[in-house]
Design a protein around this ligand. Structure first.
Ligand code: ADP
Ligand code: MG
Length: 247
């Protein structure tokens, strides 16, 4: 396969914070329509890797290509526009707006939070809001104030806000942290629904959850890739057991 076929190509990526290499000559290749899970001990550099891909942190060296376009030095908003969506660990929704409004203001051609409140939105936007609400299982909560949603539902809403932009690569950092067992199961189903037609990178610690969703697993350790492959392969890798799964 040439690099052309990958949705994401990361090569020789390095970032130093005061001489400490949080990411150290890392290579990562993500296929179209792939759901990749990244695991690894705390401090391995998982979040930093997503920060680099979405442009929040700039690389000290190396390249990041999205569908054959160099992203390495682009500002964050251009990377979003190119089709990369990223969810952070803490949900950032508008608690005082309804579920509908939260989705509406996330529509890319929208007028932002104030515009959307004072103008009636187009049928196109309304249709998209309904489609996304069904994908995230909040179709019956559209008129509810977002602050009243459960913790899990808030996480789903934030994923929905990203889906409004139809990202071709969606990155989620520990999406099930703090969720109940039932919500975790529902989130696994949700991710399987929304990964159709796009690539995803999910950082997660819950191995039962990882098993359910992953096409392929990447294990990070000290800013590098320790192992990569099927869940079964990495689970039985003695180095992975030693630095991560054994604890
Ligand atoms: P993970 O998400 O795998 O737990 P992180 O990517 O958050 O790991 O952190 C990797 C390492 O980089 C940690 O040692 C962390 O302290 C360090 N680090 C992350 N961001 C910064 C920063 N902005 N400045 C300095 N050190 C950082
Ligand atoms: Mg992290």
């Amino acid at each position: 396969m040439t690099t052309k076929d990958f949705v994401l190509t990361v090569e020789d990526l390095t970032v130093s914070f005061d001489g400490f290499k949080a990411i150290d000559q890392l290579h990562l290749y993500v296929d179209q329509n792939e759901l990749r899970v990244i695991i690894g001990p705390n401090g391995a550099g998982k979040t930093t890797l997503l920060d680099l891909i979405c442009g929040r942190t700039k690389a000290s060296a190396g390249r990041i290509k999205f569908k054959n376009t160099e992203m390495t030095t682009l500002p964050e908003y251009k990377i979003v526009r190119a089709g990369i969506g990223r969810k952070f660990q803490t949900p950032s929704i508008y608690e005082n707006l309804s579920v509908f409004q939260n989705l509406e203001v996330s529509f890319p051609e929208g007028r932002g939070v104030f515009g959307a409140l004072f103008f009636t939105c187009s049928e196109e936007v309304k249709a998209r809001v309904r489609t996304v609400a069904e994908e995230i299982g909040l179709q019956d909560q559209l008129d509810l104030e977002a602050g009243l949603l459960s913790h899990g539902q808030k996480q789903w809403l934030e994923i929905g806000m990203l889906l409004m932009q139809e990202p071709e690569l969606l990155m989620l950092d520990e999406p099930i942290a703090g969720m109940s067992v039932r919500e975790r199961e529902q989130t696994a189903e949700l991710l399987k629904r929304i990964c159709k037609g796009r690539a995803m990178i999910v950082i997660e610690h819950d191995m039962d959850f990882v098993k359910r969703i992953a096409d392929k697993v990447t294990v990070m350790h000290q800013g590098k890739i320790l192992a990569e492959g099927s869940m079964e392969k990495v689970q039985n890798d003695p180095r992975v057991i030693d630095v991560y799964l054994g604890h």
